[in-house]
Write a protein that binds this ligand. Sequence first.
Ligand SMILES: [Zn+2]
Length: 186
Amino acid sequence: MRCPFCGFDDQKVLDSRPARDGEAIRRRRECLSCERRFTTFEAPERPRLLVVKRDGSRTDFSKDKVLHSMLLAARKRPVPADVLREAVERVERSLFDSFDDEVPTSAIGQRVMQELAQIDVVAYVRFASVYQEFETLQDFIEIVEHVTATNERRLPDELNSLFPELGLETGDRSPRSGTRGTEALR
Ligand SMILES: [Zn+2]
């Protein structure tokens, strides 16, 4: 960085010590050109991720909103809330690992779908069937509310054609052995 007095860009550090209750490091520096001294503080940036909506506007990433949308998708399904909370943690971690400052809503939707596909097929379908249409998380939540109210028991077979990369089982959730119907009752 540049010396605030002469603009020269190299200094020696005379002293480093914790500052701001350990949340930063204070360094006393001496300019190698003019030899005047100044202080710098180094602290981690507050983790922050902006969600870029399709209209280009931005809003802070919110775990609560993601959880809310997943809870709606899993409404009346045998999915414990803790399982969804853990999934939201993985989604958040993945997003913060993969994106520096901004993340498109589409990337959030894809990660949520990956999680739901592992957790509950119906919840996944509810989410996936509206995913293409949502502009904002709020829009999305409203669409999910509508879909879950009108299509409570729907489990469309077109899932695999919509999202072949996920390799989902669609239709009846029969046992993996392949026994179904009367055979399973014997
Ligand atoms: Zn200087």
